[in-house]
Design a protein around this ligand. Structure first.
Ligand SMILES: [Zn+2]
Length: 103
């Protein structure tokens, strides 16, 4: 059960990835990214010419039938500092691997 939720969490984790309209991400009329705010600390992240210019983690978490939030999809961003703060509290460290293809 926990492992399934973890897999959901990890599957939806990606660096600087966006999928549509989200509350803490603002987009212009042409779909260009205007701003990103860290959901944890409220810090406004650097966005220039539609591109996020600093380290941040974007999460899309699709909750399924076995959760209390069935059918809900949660979206949020964490600045790198908050990401480090949150993951530092993990009892078991996040799995890490080298990315072979850079964005
Ligand atoms: Zn933050």
């Amino acid at each position: 059960m926990m492992e399934k939720l973890w897999r959901t969490w990890l599957l939806h984790f990606a660096y600087i990835e966006e999928k549509g309209e989200e509350s803490m991400r603002k987009y212009g009329e042409s779909g260009i990214l205007l701003s990103v705010v860290c959901n944890r600390c409220g810090k406004k992240l650097a966005v220039k010419e539609g591109i996020l210019r600093e380290g941040a983690a974007h999460f899309d978490v699709a909750w399924d039938y076995f959760s209390e939030k069935d059918g809900e999809v949660h979206h949020f961003d964490l600045c790198e500092e908050c990401y480090d703060g949150v993951t530092r509290e993990f009892l078991i460290e996040a799995d890490k691997e080298e990315r072979t293809e850079l964005l």
